[in-house]
Write a protein that binds this ligand. Structure first.
Ligand code: NHW
Ligand code: EN5
Length: 388
């Protein structure tokens, strides 16, 4: 069934209910001297390239590859359209390795036809903080699919991660592989229902007219929580404390320090938005919410070419009810002209999804760990991790 994945140190389907298997690494690290020193062989028309995302030209090649060949929904109506600024942000966090930004070119034409990336992250699984690679942006050009290029790319990124003495990884996918640590549901909150219906992203409900639908999804013009404002650089220490304390409760979550929070959560125009609540009395930072910008190309629509989507990232409420905090997030997303606000049912998100008129999507997201076993499949609400 899974000729490649059966050979890898990941949880296998046959082991799913086996309580005798311990939690933790599936295989021990090998001495660095035993890590293969040369890249894996690609089929002879292709060659490896390391993608320097600082170079405008390289970043553009990656952007074009992903824009035309990355993830689509199950009916091929939409395709993720990560911006160049987003890719630079996603791929250059504290301690990143350029060698983990891996491209494949056609030798003769030098055309970039495949890509895979890793970035380092400290991720806690129960009580243990593990340095891992977060693997993302695996993409093979549409014309080169089903040639078993993906397994070679995964082995090569694994080798380059091993060279840095890192032995675990985390990744998400819309497809089922051996074997998810958890499976999440995508939820969607319409902000611009007319456009969403026009492009086939959503449908007019039964016994609903367009004007009733527009009214249903109306939001206030201004946020309602006193002290709600954009996060600023001087907030990094307070947000780090708030977030670290919040993420303790989840079984799998990132172990963010101030450098990580500065990188991943300080607002970056068109990439990441973060807001917090500063108590008007005590000036304490009591609540936090964030979302990232990931548009999708609309495939084959006469009137619209992009869907502007916001994705819920990390949210923490200690004083403001989470529902009110997220309603304010919806209000700012609407002000910023997003068409839809998406969220997974991770962390405590279930507590606001229905009340704030999110509806379940047709997509699921499976979470995976490489070379790390957990005894049980987790509920989505036990996950404290959001990957881009
Ligand atoms: S998930 C998004 C993945 N990208 C897309 O869906 C874009 C559109 N599709 C494509 O470009 C986020 C191709 O279809 C891809 C597969 C490239 C997906 N993850 O080359 P073949 C991520 O980026 C397995 C893992 O013939 P293809 C996370 C498949 O099961 N494996 O297929 C990435 C089969 O193996 P099997 C996937 O269609 C995590 C084999 O690939 C997969 O031409 C990567 C077939 O290969 C997926 N999304 O290319 C793992 N999709 O055993 C990281 C298919 O079943 C692991 N496959 O025969 C950790 C590494 C680091 C460790 C460090 C210690
Ligand atoms: C790794 N970082 O399927 C990423 N999206 O529901 C890789 N559906 O947008 C993982 N099919 O349900 C990729 N509208 C996995 C996701 C791949 C993309 C994907 C789904 C998630 C999606 C939309 C459009 C469906 C179009 C037809 C959807 C319904 C919205 C509706 C709004 C009103 C209330 C009810 C729901």
């Amino acid at each position: 069934r899974h000729k490649f994945w059966e050979t890898q140190p990941v949880g296998q389907f046959k082991d799913l209910g086996d309580a005798s298997l311990p939690e933790g690494p599936i295989e021990p690290p090998t001495p660095l001297s035993e890590v293969k020193q040369e890249p894996y062989n690609l089929p002879s028309p292709y060659e490896w390239t390391t993608c320097d995302m600082d170079l405008e030209e390289m970043c553009n090649e990656v952007y074009v590859l992903l824009t035309n060949n990355y993830v689509e929904d199950d009916e091929n109506m939409f395709r993720f359209n990560y911006s160049k600024e987003f890719l630079r942000w996603a791929l250059r966090p504290p301690g990143f390795y350029r060698s983990w930004h891996i491209g494949v070119r056609v030798k003769t034409s030098k055309k970039l036809v495949a890509f895979i990336t890793g970035v380092p992250a400290r991720i806690r699984a129960r009580d243990t903080v593990v340095t891992m690679a977060e693997i993302n942006f695996l993409c093979v050009h549409k014309k080169l699919r089903s040639k078993r290029l993906a397994p070679v790319m995964i082995k090569e990124v694994t080798r380059r991660v091993h060279m840095e003495n890192i032995w675990q990884a985390a990744y998400t996918a819309g497809v089922v592989l051996p074997t998810p640590i958890s499976t999440c549901q995508y939820w969607h909150r319409s902000l611009n229902p007319k456009k969403l219906i026009d492009v086939g992203f959503s449908r007019l409900g039964a016994r609903m007219t367009m004007s009733r639908t527009i009214k249903l999804y109306k939001l206030p013009d201004q946020t309602v929580t006193p002290g709600f404002r954009k996060m600023e650089p001087h907030d990094v220490p307070a947000v780090t404390r708030l977030l670290r304390n919040y993420l303790k409760q989840f079984v799998v979550a990132p172990d963010f320090d101030e450098n990580d929070v500065e990188h991943w959560l300080l607002p970056k125009e068109g990439v990441i938005d973060s807001y917090l609540v500063e108590s008007p009395e005590t000036h304490e930072i009591t609540d936090f919410c964030s979302f990232y910008t990931l548009p999708s190309s609309i495939l084959g629509n006469q009137n619209h070419s992009t869907l502007k989507a916001a994705y819920s990232y990390y949210n923490v409420s200690t004083k403001t009810p989470l529902i009110q905090l997220m309603n304010d997030a919806l209000i700012v997303a609407k002000q910023k002209d997003f068409d839809v606000f998406n969220a997974l049912d991770v962390m405590q998100n279930e507590s606001f999804l229905k009340e704030l008129k999110f509806g379940p999507g047709d997509g699921k997201l499976h979470y995976y760990l490489y070379n790390y076993r957990l005894k049980h499949v987790l509920r989505a609400s036990e996950l404290g991790l959001v990957l881009l």
